[in-house]
Ligand binder design. Structure first.
Ligand code: HEM
Length: 142
């Protein structure tokens, strides 16, 4: 089975494995780095020589999320607080590129499972980064 490397072809692209996650992470961040909107944010935050470590972290992250491997130990909120120039609109672009990459590699059910997790995490990151409860509080009655 060599026609879809990295994925267990016995189930016709359906199987999710650490090899599949490796392919996804590599492809996704190759796109991200070339993207007009996201590229500059990542270029500013991650030096060329730091990319192998970042990709390894992201493999561990998705392996923990999708395969419950427990390999990721980090603090995504703190990491994104350091990311200069990050905006809510950029999350839409991130999710669109992620969906596009998943669809290139996995069957529909697996794409849906990745996107469900990605959207939930994107929402919780945005709440942590951008939500200011004091701006939402109803005005006190005069
Ligand atoms: C606008 C969208 C996003 C941008 C611009 C962005 C950017 C970044 C950057 C620059 C880093 C490296 C930070 C550093 O090490 O200093 C990072 C790390 C990371 N990102 Fe994102 N990100 C975005 C959305 C997401 C989403 C939606 C997820 C998850 C579904 C995610 C998961 C992670 C994780 C797990 C790390 C590693 C944190 C660690 O070092 O432990 N990111 N991101």
């Amino acid at each position: 089975m060599t026609d879809c490397p990295g994925i267990d072809c016995a189930q016709d692209r359906a199987a999710l494995s650490d090899d599949g996650i490796r392919l996804l992470v590599d492809r996704f961040y190759a796109k991200v780095r070339h993207d007009e909107e996201l590229g500059p944010i990542f270029a500013h935050a991650i030096a060329d020589e730091e990319w192998p470590a970042h990709l390894a972290t992201m493999r561990d992250f998705w392996s923990s999320i999708m395969l419950t491997s427990g390999r990721y130990h980090g603090n995504p909120v703190a990491a994104h607080r350091r990311a200069e120039g990050i905006t809510p609109a950029l999350f839409e672009r991130w999710l669109a590129l992620f969906a596009e990459t998943c669809a290139e590699l996995f069957d529909q059910t697996t794409v849906a499972a990745f996107m469900d997790k990605a959207r939930r995490i994107a929402t919780s990151l945005q709440l942590a980064l951008f939500y200011k409860p004091e701006q939402d509080r109803p005005r006190a009655a005069p």
